[in-house]
Write a protein that binds this ligand. Structure first.
Ligand SMILES: [Zn+2]
Length: 426
């Protein structure tokens, strides 16, 4: 997700080391074991919004980002090459995110192309640290080479501009999942909290899902309406994913996945990748954030007017205002509450991680950026998860679902001729 000027910025700025820091009151032996498991595991993160600023020509993933803020919205950075190294992440899905405004302005596809190009350029610039990956086998190879896989997922199905040939071009460029909507309903799919127009997926939307199955591009149900979730599960012959969503039973938010859908995902072979955003994880945090946003709105509006020509000045003024107005934020163990719930309802084979780094305004207490990912491993170990279970959550579940989607694609390509290759809705 992305949102405008944020609260609680200060939470993420009190950071100066990139070591995996042992949590307070942790058992040192258990912590050491957690780090060893974490190091051995293939770790895949379903969603990272760093490509949005990467389209700036001056952007370099090698530049340390601790303590830096996104100039577009004042939110803290969570990602850079040294933080990747500290995180232990093997495969990162770089989010090719296209906002509803960009779509409405008719610039969805060029914006997606800019971000794909920016992702390629960072990989070309840092071949020692990064490698471009498009298959499950690539990810396993990257682990052996000690590199981070750059994978890509489109966020906002309108990026294909209602064209299946464009969908295929995105696949050829390396895109391996597509979130069918972002926050707005569009021509062929309804979004989670927008007015429905298609009763879920339109006929063309259903064709998009079938074509994604045939290609081996995974269908992502984060951000879509409940009806779209059900439609996708009715149609998809390949495992699906929720790249960055939580369990609705623990926080009744439209961005989260209801239990009946979790049960169907278990049958489908898919995976729900838990989002780290505290307001999706926790109703109390969501309420506290909303209350504080409402309370500070007059002051925020005044600051925006005062600093309308001074982005840096605005960010600094907002930071001070936020520091003076802290609110409740749940801690990182809440991430594992959601993993526990999905494990109970769908099973241990259907849960993963989808941080939403650099797309959320703040992270759970105790977590400053991707370098703190081992906290999740530690908390699973502390709750009695076995190493096998932990490795499933960290990456093996996604790898299994991804490899299965590749297999379905191979079968599908033998069945389908070129019919419909120019299909496009009006
Ligand atoms: Zn999102």
């Amino acid at each position: 997700m992305k949102k405008a000027l944020t609260l609680s910025l200060f939470l993420a700025l009190n950071v100066c080391t990139l070591a995996q820091t042992m949590p307070k009151n942790a058992d040192p032996k258990l912590w050491a074991r957690a780090l060893a498991i974490h190091k051995r595991a293939i770790i895949i993160d379903g969603h990272n919004d760093i490509p949005s600023p990467m389209t700036d020509d001056d952007f370099d993933l090698a530049t340390p980002s601790v303590g830096k803020i996104h100039l577009t919205d004042g939110t803290p950075y969570h990602t850079d090459l040294s933080r990747f190294k500290a995180s232990g992440i093997t495969g990162e899905f770089f989010s090719i995110y296209v906002g509803g405004d960009t779509w409405k302005a008719g610039r969805a596809m060029p914006r997606a192309m800019d971000m794909i190009d920016a992702t390629y350029r960072q990989v070309e610039r840092h071949p020692q640290e990064l490698m471009f990956c498009t298959t499950a086998a690539d990810i396993r190879r990257a682990k052996q080479l000690g590199k981070v896989c750059a994978l890509m997922g489109i966020e906002g199905g309108y990026a294909i501009e209602n064209s299946l040939s464009a969908l295929r071009e995105f696949y050829r460029l390396g895109v391996r999942y597509m979130t069918l909507t972002h926050n707005v309903t569009h021509d062929w799919a309804d979004a989670h909290h927008d007015t429905p127009k298609n009763n879920g997926l339109s006929d063309f939307g259903k064709d998009v899902v079938r074509e994604m199955n045939r290609l081996g591009m995974m269908v992502d149900i984060s951000h879509v309406s409940k009806k779209v979730m059900d439609d996708v599960l009715d149609i998809s012959t390949a495992p699906i994913m929720a790249s960055h969503s939580d369990a609705r039973a623990l926080n009744d938010h439209t961005r989260n996945i209801p239990d009946d859908v979790l049960k169907r995902i278990a049958k489908n072979g898919g995976v729900v990748m838990v989002n780290f955003y505290p307001s999706f994880l926790d109703a109390k945090t969501n309420d506290a954030e909303n209350a504080m946003t409402a309370k500070l709105k007059p002051q925020m509006d005044a600051l925006r007017e005062q600093y309308k020509n001074d982005k840096a000045g605005l960010n600094e003024a907002v930071r001070k205002l936020e520091e003076a107005n802290p609110f409740y934020v749940c801690d990182y163990t809440r991430i594992v509450d959601h993993i526990d719930h999905i494990k109970q309802v769908a099973g241990i084979d259907h849960v993963g991680l989808g941080s939403d780094f650099d797309g959320v305004p703040f992270l759970p207490a105790g977590m400053n950026g991707m370098e703190d990912l081992a906290l999740v491993t530690y908390e699973m170990l502390r709750r009695g998860y076995t190493e096998t279970e932990i490795r499933k959550v960290l990456g093996e579940n996604f790898l299994r679902a991804f490899a299965q989607a590749e297999q379905v694609a191979k079968i599908g390509s033998r069945k389908i001729s070129g019919e419909g290759s120019l299909k496009r809705i009006k």
